[in-house]
Design a protein around this ligand. Structure first.
Ligand code: ADP
Ligand code: MG
Length: 215
C-alpha cells in the first residue's frame, strides 16, 4: 500500500538517528565554521534520546502522532541551542498532524510536512528560504512532496523528488549570507559554507526515502 504506517515511521526515526550519528562530526564541523560547533553533538544526542525512549514503545499499538511526539519531546529536552526548539517545533507539528492515525497516505504526509514546516517558521521568527537555515532544505522538499501529490505520483517518486530538492537546497546555502541565528553575526563572511541545519534536514528526508525504497 502506498502509505506510511506507525511501524514505518518508527523505523524511519531509527534510520534518522543512524544517519545523524554517522554524520555527527561533519555536522559539528559545519557549525564550527559559521557557528559554535555544537550542532552535530546536540542533534545527535537528541535523536539518541528519542530512540532510547522509543525502545519501550510497541509501534503496532501506537499511533504515528504519539511516536512523533516522543521524538519532539526528546529533541526539546535534550538538544538545546537554537536547533532544539526548531527541530522540536518541526516534530511537534508533524505529531499534531498525525495524532490518532495508524497510517497516512501521500496527501496526509504532505499536510504533516507542511504543518512541520510552519512549526519551524513560527519558532524561527518567520524564517524564509534564502536566509541560510534549515528552511532552505525543508521548504523545497515540502514543495516537491506537494507537487508530486498534486500530480498523483507514488510515495517513492514523491520522496525521491523531495530528496533531490533538499540536496539542491542544502547546496544553495553555500552561497547565501546568513540572516538568522549565530551564523548571521558573520554577515558576508558566512558565504562559502554549507548550513549545518539544512544538512540535517537532508539526512531526515534521506531516511524517509531510503526506508520507502527498501521496504
Ligand atoms: P546555536 O549553536 O547558535 O544555538 P545550533 O547549532 O543549535 O544553533 O543550530 C544551528 C542551525 O539552526 C543553523 O544551521 C540553522 O539551520 C538553524 N537556525 C538557526 N536560527 C534559525 C532560525 N531563526 N530559523 C530557522 N533555522 C534557524
Ligand atoms: Mg551551534
Amino acid at each position: 500500500m502506498d502509505k506510511l504506517n506507525s511501524k514505518d515511521i518508527y523505523d524511519i526515526i531509527l534510520l534518522i538517528n543512524q544517519y545523524i550519528a554517522e554524520n555527527k562530526e561533519k555536522l559539528s564541523q559545519l557549525d564550527a565554521v559559521i557557528g559554535d560547533g555544537d550542532f552535530g553533538t546536540n542533534i545527535g544526542r537528541g535523536f539518541e534520546t528519542a530512540v532510547k525512549r522509543l525502545s519501550t514503545v510497541d509501534p503496532s499499538k501506537t499511533d504515528i502522532g504519539t511516536i512523533l511526539m516522543i521524538v519532539a519531546n526528546a529533541l526539546l529536552e535534550s538538544v538545546g541551542g537554537a536547533s532544539g526548539p526548531l527541530f522540536g517545533g518541526l516534530f511537534i507539528n508533524m505529531a499534531m498532524s498525525s495524532l490518532g492515525r495508524s497510517e497516512i497516505d501521500l496527501p496526509e504526509i504532505v499536510k504533516m510536512f507542511t504543518d512541520g514546516f510552519r512549526g519551524v517558521q513560527e519558532v524561527g521568527g518567520g524564517t524564509m528560504p534564502g536566509e541560510k537555515t534549515l528552511v532552505d532544505a525543508l521548504y523545497p522538499a515540502v514543495e516537491a512532496l506537494k507537487q508530486a501529490a498534486n500530480e498523483g505520483k507514488d510515495l517513492l517518486t514523491a520522496f525521491r523528488e523531495a530528496l533531490l530538492a533538499a540536496e539542491k537546497g542544502v547546496k544553495s546555502t553555500i552561497n547565501m549570507v546568513a540572516k538568522r541565528g549565530r551564523a548571521s553575526y558573520l554577515g558576508e563572511r558566512s558565504i562559502g559554507y554549507q548550513d549545518p541545519g539544512a544538512t540535517a534536514i537532508y539526512l531526515i528526508i534521506k531516511a524517509f526515502y531510503d526506508h520507502i525504497s527498501h521496504r
